[in-house]
Ligand binder design. Structure first.
Ligand code: ZN
Length: 346
């Protein structure tokens, strides 16, 4: 019993994150053991800690979806990884044999899960067992913190903008909640696709940082009216795509900021799950409302390659030690961050 970890033994507030010692994991066939050097936080961590009724999670449970580290042991038959490899870990897990998985849409799989949530134990621990297919190379120029800070949010942004949104040159993209992990990834991904980005946030400071990251324009809500400002900025054209994960606070205005044929893509609801929908806008403007959850393993590899080439970059707001997991959760809950909050391990 010598692997240090932070676990939850019951659902609830941050005080339920407790230190634990666990047995050494042994890699099975096709698996490796990764020494976790960094694990980034996501809002999902907070939701899982509080208890999501739809997720069947056995306690005690180890949180943490975004992991980077070093391969320290390989199981029988592992061909593509060796001890000492620097890696990030693809967070999605699926059955690999259903119709969706065989079609390359593994994030549609009925058994799809994310590590640290319903996909098994995560990275709030010194060691993590990973099937080799889910290892992503981490070039030496990219630190472990940066390696942990990109998989979930950049995969989400890629699937929303490139795959579902058909984002391309000249389009206008509204990024709601621009300071969040998904927001930061979406600004960069839309710019990489040649689009023009309007960052939207309730914080002037976060909007300044969004501009530094490449956002062309900014809207401060609720001080500025989202629809009117979008009209003004785009010269009456309105936006092609809205990247949405905020929920009721902005959903209606985001929908009304789209041009005919525009796409509102939603991957979350941090201000609540229920919205009012004016159907007249949806049919008369022929809008598309698209739900998005993570992305495929193939998309994950595309993203990893672009991160490796430095064309997409992790943005880290703050680092905490693993032992400070409670404080890190509170910090993320307070929504003061711009970019990712990362737990560092020695
Ligand atoms: Zn499947």
């Amino acid at each position: 019993l010598d692997v240090k970890a932070v676990v939850i033994k019951q659902f609830g507030g941050p005080e339920n994150l407790v230190a634990a010692e666990l047995p050494d994991p042994k890699p099975g066939p096709g698996e490796v053991v990764v020494r976790v050097r960094a694990c980034a936080l996501n809002h999902l961590d907070l939701f899982v800690r509080e208890g999501i009724p739809a997720y069947k999670i056995r306690l005690p449970h180890i949180l943490g979806c975004d992991v980077a580290g070093e391969v320290v042991e390989t199981g029988p038959g592992v061909a593509s990884a060796k001890t000492g490899d620097r890696v990030a870990v693809s967070p999605g897990r699926s059955c690999l044999r259903c119709e969706f998985c065989l079609d390359g849409k593994d994030n549609h799989c009925q058994r799809y899960g994310i590590i640290g949530a319903q996909g098994g134990p995560g990275g709030y621990a010194e060691l993590l067992t990973v099937p080799e297919a889910y290892l992503l190379p981490l070039p030496t120029g990219i630190g472990y913190d940066a390696g942990a800070a990109y998989p979930l949010t950049f995969l989400t942004a890629w699937h929303m903008l490139i795959t579902l949104g058909q984002c391309g040159p000249g389009q206008w993209v509204l990024v709601l909640g621009a300071g969040s992990g998904v927001g930061v990834a979406s600004i960069q991904t839309a710019k990489l696709a040649g689009a023009r980005v309007i960052a939207v946030s309730t914080s002037e400071e976060k909007l300044e940082k969004s501009r530094a990251l490449g956002a062309d324009e900014t809207i401060l809500t609720p001080a500025q009216n989202l629809v009117k400002q979008t009209l003004k900025i785009t010269g009456g054209r309105m936006a092609d795509i809205a990247v949405e994960h905020v929920g009721p606070a902005v959903f209606d205005a985001a929908l009304k900021s789209l041009r005919c044929g525009g796409r509102l893509i939603t991957c979350g609801a941090t201000t609540g799950p229920i919205i009012e929908l004016d159907l007249r806008y949806v049919f008369s403007r022929q809008l598309k409302i698209l739900g998005s959850h993570m992305g495929s393993q193939a998309e994950m590899r595309r993203v990893a390659q672009l991160v490796g080439e430095g064309r997409l970059k992790s943005v880290i707001d703050r680092r905490f030690e693993l032992s400070e997991a409670r404080a890190a959760h509170q910090y993320l809950a307070d929504k003061r961050q711009f970019g990712k909050v990362v737990l560092s391990l020695p």
